[in-house]
Design a protein around this ligand. Sequence first.
Ligand code: SF4
Ligand code: SF4
Length: 187
Amino acid sequence: MSVKPPTSPACARCPVALGASCCEPKEDEQLATLTRADVERITAHARLAARRFVVEEGLSEQEAADYETRRPLYRGYFRRGPVRLTLAMRAGACVFHERGRGCGLPADVRPVACRLYPFERWPDGSWSVQMGRYGDLAEARAGGDACLAVEEAESMEDVLATFGTTHETVEALGEQLAAEARAHGRG
Ligand code: SF4
Ligand code: SF4
């Protein structure tokens, strides 16, 4: 199942307002975790070998267990070993990021984690947005991990509205990610 990802008008203003978008992480931030299904979709679309856009990050067994505990959509991801696949970077941004234009991949080819961002399901099963609201753009810019759409929203309903999406769509994307993460772990 492929679900149309949310996009927000805030994404176009984000790099100026916050200094960088979520596709241009700070040094201690990470890009999306990839499943094998993400890699296959991107390889088929871009006709690009996986080694050109995938980075393997080795974790300890404890780090992998903690990752799955904090992010229930990834349960089963590390079943075959504590290696996280993520997107390679070039000049401080994801290899698919085009300055001033955003993601160079079609919406339905992007990693599911990118399509879901900034929505996340927590260990108690509830949905929220990935980062706390700073409430002040200067603080958000300095603090990292910020999302302009979240900063400008007053509630979860506001965030859904600005991305033109619904709880149901976010839930469906979450189900897709959970299924692909489990399949990733089965190898
Ligand atoms: S951080 Fe939020 S507002 Fe900025 S580009 Fe990403 S999803 Fe859009
Ligand atoms: S794949 Fe696209 S949306 Fe995801 S981090 Fe890279 S540029 Fe951003």
